[in-house]
Write a protein that binds this ligand. Structure first.
Ligand SMILES: C[S@@+](CC[C@H](N)C(=O)[O-])C[C@H]1O[C@@H](n2cnc3c(N)ncnc32)[C@H](O)[C@@H]1O
Length: 219
């Protein structure tokens, strides 16, 4: 790995190690937007899954960049029988049992890994959910990660992406060492990975001061 790449990933790790294992920590001080976020995600995923009339089964989901399990607890466990988490920071994963509570028994695996190094088990997941984490991957690593995710899907499985987007150029944040990509940039990386966008939608109801947030269903 070249020095720039090592610094890019190393700085992000250092940043997240300094963040408290709370919902506020996960959302950069915006814990109050969590219910709106989860409701928007629930509406978005619903038509794709069997209980909403879609074709995607609800046996197993993977939460990528899962943190303490905010999405696992509030979005995925209420829908899926089992959920796995993959997350860079062991500290966040350690907090997951206390944060998730009783339903934690249905979290089958907690993988401590950067997504750039992680390979989902082949044909394993009905849904792979990636939210507010893909800006932590370099373009090539993101393309490769998407391709590994595609192989990790079971029949009728889908990848969901929910990320901040800029209205123009890609922006780098040196505080947490991440990129915020434009919508075009994100779409082009998705296509380069050989994935198809089944649906995209802007999340409504977030404060105007925040970036726009888009959801994608990919296959
Ligand atoms: C903004 S938080 C979002 C957490 C969670 N997705 C949520 O929405 O509540 C970003 C998370 O991504 C994790 N992260 C950062 N870089 C990562 C990487 N390269 N691979 C996996 N996780 C990473 C951080 O440790 C942190 O838990």
């Amino acid at each position: 790995m070249d020095q720039g790449t090592e610094k890019f990933y190393g700085d992000a790790k250092k940043h997240w190690e300094s963040i408290p294992p709370t919902v506020d920590g996960m959302l950069g001080g915006f814990a109050k937007i969590s219910p709106t976020d989860i409701n928007g995600s629930r509406e978005f995923i619903r038509p794709f899954i069997t209980m909403g009339g879609g074709e995607t089964e609800t046996n197993r989901a993977l939460d990528c960049g899962a943190g303490i399990g905010r999405i696992t607890k509030r979005l995925l466990l209420p829908i899926f029988k089992e959920v796995d988490m993959v997350e860079l920071s062991q500290n966040f994963l350690d907090q997951a049992p206390a944060f998730i509570g009783e339903e934690f028994s249905r979290v089958k695996n907690r993988f401590c890994s950067g997504l750039q190094d992680f390979c989902p088990a082949e044909g394993h997941y009905n849904v792979i959910w990636c939210q507010w984490v893909l800006g932590h991957l370099k373009d090539d690593d993101l393309i490769n990660f998407f391709q590994r995710c595609q192989k990790g899907l079971s029949e009728n499985g889908l990848i969901f992406v929910k990320e901040n987007v800029t209205s123009d150029e890609r922006e780098f944040d040196s505080e947490d060492s991440s990129y915020t990509r434009s919508l075009d940039n994100l779409r082009s990386l998705i296509e380069k990975a050989g994935l198809k966008i089944l649906l995209d939608r802007k999340q409504k109801g977030f404060p105007k001061s925040l970036y726009n947030v888009y959801m994608f269903a990919l296959w």
